[in-house]
Design a protein around this ligand. Structure first.
Ligand code: NAP
Length: 224
């Protein structure tokens, strides 16, 4: 029987590349996007799901659809994320709230009811960022984005404590990747989405310990 992966934010960037990779590796993939459409994936083992993670009603409908169509999830990848204040030096209320609505609040309330569907021996992978590390932060930019990823890292720790000896939970830095999370990444970033997805897949299939904060670009643990 195929393993079932649920990936949020599967329409582009890292989530799209992970979707392709997991389909190639024989997973059944449920991929989400705000429109409910995901262009460029024609596969009978793919299920497109509409989800705006910043909207409570949308989360509720997505849960209903998941629970009525699927009995288990082996791999939940919380990938959807935004960075409207990336590069900005001072916080701005609207983008600050948007960032937390998607990267923190939405992610937590999307995840909680799904935990009961995640199989014993399942994995929850939170796509965070090195920019959320308190230990390596020497910069002053992107306040909301950095703070949202630090908050997500704490959620990873809390979940790994709660689900001890059962579901493994980790937080991952996907590397600096050529996506449109910020336009300049398309030119400046080091990794293609495919390279990032391949590295992340290597981590997912390793014997990692629950509660890890992993830098998949360097293949090393990160300091919290
Ligand atoms: N790129 C990098 O260098 C880098 C580095 C470190 C960490 N990350 C993290 O990697 C993850 C993926 O980023 P990316 O670079 O691939 O960005 P991206 O290309 O902008 O993709 C973001 C994805 O999130 C979805 N999304 C945005 N708002 C959403 C919402 N309200 N509800 C549900 N889904 C939403 C988008 O789907 P729709 O717009 O179709 O809904 C899209 O599929 C993020 O968590 C990001 O913080 C990226």
């Amino acid at each position: 029987m195929k393993k079932v992966a649920l990936i949020t934010g599967a329409s582009k960037g890292i989530g799209f590349a992970l979707t392709k990779k997991l389909l190639q590796e024989n997973f059944f993939v449920i991929g989400t996007s705000r429109s409910g459409n995901i262009e460029g994936v024609e596969d009978e083992n793919f299920y497109a799901l509409q989800l705006d993670i910043s909207n409570t009603e949308s989360i509720k409908s997505a849960h209903e659809e998941i629970f009525s169509n699927f009995k288990r999830i082996d791999l939940l990848i919380n990938n959807a994320g935004i960075g409207p204040d990336l590069g900005m030096q001072t916080p701005e209320k609207e983008s600050f709230n948007q960032t937390f609505d998607v990267n923190v609040t939405g992610l937590v309330f999307f995840t909680e009811p799904l935990i009961e569907l995640v199989n014993e021996n399942g994995i929850i992978l939170n796509v965070s960022s090195k920019m959320g590390s308190l230990a390596v932060c020497e910069s002053t930019d992107s306040i909301a984005y950095r703070m949202s990823k630090s908050a997500l890292n704490m959620y990873t720790k809390i979940l790994s404590n709660r689900l001890k000896n059962n579901i493994r939970v980790a937080t991952i830095h996907p590397g600096w990747v050529q996506t449109t999370i910020i336009e300049s990444n398309l030119e400046n970033a080091r990794l293609t989405p495919k390279e990032s997805a391949d590295n992340m897949f290597d981590f997912l299939t390793s014997e990692f310990e629950s509660g890890a904060f992993w830098d998949s670009e360097t293949g090393t643990d990160l300091l919290w």
